[in-house]
Design a protein around this ligand. Structure first.
Ligand SMILES: Cc1ncc(COP(=O)(O)O)c(C=O)c1O
Length: 459
């Protein structure tokens, strides 16, 4: 084995190569820093060694400010399921724009958009729109608390539901933040930022993902619990699917104690199947949150559920209805763009089969290679959500994912970028614009990166 100093120097070599091929991108980010904190509009745009600066996105590719071409497996953090700049979305926006980009009033195109949700997603009879996944999960919790009259909500360790004070707890913010995670059966609630209102996150209890102790903890708080929220496939934690039986038991237990079951389908919605994870797994929640894919590339969030669960959003007829409002909710451009995407997803035969097969192919080929060559690596995910962890596995939770090799993991990420993959740090996505050749390239880059690290004595 090689020493830590050698490994650190190796990673610096890769960083230097990336900087050398993208000097203009680096300069743009450094200029941004002079007027924007950290030079980024969102924490999760920070990357090693510096953020990507995109000049153009088309189909399954993006180009950086230095005209380097990358095969895109980030897809705007999962949003662009039809690839970047899909024709039908461009056309829908062009058609809508002359009628006005914004009214903050009802308009006749909301109905068709809402109807697509109700038709496609098994658990949705009524749906309402907002502007981000963060807003959607915030409203979902408010609705559950108001409906049940109970104070607590439960989330799973590793689950990311946006940035608000209620749920930005124990997802594992990247960076040098010392953490006390607590015992696996009873994970600690750790706010992921200073500055939260204590009364918010202290009413959030944290459950172990894919672990039976979750049900004991739920039962300990049964009469205080308004809702349990879960990502059916944890995205940011590393594309980690929940077991189907685990979800089914969660459905049974939440129903038994009279708490809302909320599926956060901000990533999985319209990605795993037309009806999202609830169709994919056959488990129907009371309320679901959406965003990403469904907004067609414009800022978007949505909240939908069965009519009874959504009752306290009938603001004009229901005493005790919740506060939900937003200047930009359901803007004419987002309903146009979102409808165009959902219509194609609903109509195109074999679309999900092909997407999901591409993900299966990646997992199968990488795992076969890792096994044959003796790499302690495991490719996981569901459908078109994927990630290869630098650990032999199993990977059933964010704690398992954290066991990944501390030099191989950053080394792999740097090599992906060096070799022209645009991919988030913990979860990749496929789109309909990817060809079989693109998936072959994805697999080949992974294999080459593994071999390169082995040749350097890292793995
Ligand atoms: C599962 C999940 N929920 C909620 C959110 C928050 O969505 P937004 O970034 O639109 O606020 C995200 C964002 O990545 C997400 O992955």
């Amino acid at each position: 084995m090689v020493g830590e100093e050698y490994l650190a120097a190796l990673l610096d070599t890769y960083r230097g190569e990336i900087m050398a091929k993208s000097p203009r991108s680096l300069a743009i980010w450094q200029k941004n820093r002079t007027v924007m904190p950290a030079g980024v509009g969102s924490l999760f745009r920070l990357a090693d060694p510096f953020p990507m600066v995109i000049k153009q996105a088309q189909g399954a590719r993006v180009w950086d400010a230095d005209d380097n071409e990358y095969l895109d497996f980030m897809l705007g953090f999962s949003v662009m399921i039809l690839g970047n700049t899909p024709d039908e979305v461009q056309e829908a926006i062009r058609e809508a724009l002359p009628r006005g980009s914004h009214y903050a009033q009802c308009h006749e195109h909301e109905y068709a958009f809402a109807q697509l949700f109700c038709d496609m997603v098994p658990g949705v009879e009524k749906v309402t729109f907002c502007n981000s996944g963060t807003e959607a999960t915030m409203y979902a919790l408010r609705l559950a608390r108001a409906s049940t009259g109970r104070p607590l909500v439960a989330k799973f360790e590793g689950g990311y539901h946006g940035t608000h004070d209620l749920l930005a707890v124990s997802f594992g913010r990247p960076g040098p933040h010392a953490k006390q995670y607590g015992p696996i059966e009873d994970p600690a609630a750790i706010p992921e930022s200073p500055g939260f209102a204590a009364g918010a996150w202290r009413d959030t209890i944290v459950l172990p993902y894919n672990h039976p102790a979750a049900f004991d903890k739920i039962m300990r708080h049964a009469d205080q619990l308004a809702a349990v929220i879960i990502e059916p496939v944890q995205g940011a934690a590393g594309s980690i699917p929940a077991d189907r039986e685990f979800l089914a038991e969660l459905r049974r237990v939440t129903r038994q104690i009279g708490a809302f079951l909320i599926f956060d389908e901000v990533i999985t919605g319209f990605r795993l199947a037309p009806g999202g994870a609830q169709e994919f797994y056959g488990v129907i929640p009371d309320v679901s949150t959406f965003g990403k894919v469904a907004g067609g590339g414009l800022p978007f969030g949505a909240l939908g559920g069965n009519a009874e669960a959504m009752r306290l959003m009938e603001y004009d007829t229901e005493p005790g209805s919740i506060l939900m409002a937003g200047t930009f909710n359901g803007s004419p451009l987002v309903t146009a763009a979102g409808s165009a995407v959902l219509q194609r997803l609903r109509a195109e035969p074999g679309l999900y089969e092909r997407l999901n097969l591409m993900g299966d192919r990646f997992r199968t080929e990488i795992n076969k290679f890792a096994q044959q060559e003796g790499f302690p690596a495991l490719a996981v995910g569901a459908g078109s959500m994927f990630w290869m962890h630098a650990t032999p596995g199993p990977v059933n939770s964010v704690r398992d994912a954290r066991r990944a090799d501390h030099f191989a993991s950053p080394g792999l990420r740097l090599l992906y970028r060096k070799h022209g993959l645009h991919i988030p740090p913990n979860h990749g996505f496929m789109c309909t614009a990817h060809t079989d050749g693109d998936i072959t390239r994805l697999i080949e880059v992974h294999k080459a990166a593994m071999q390169e690290l082995r040749a350097q004595g890292v793995w």
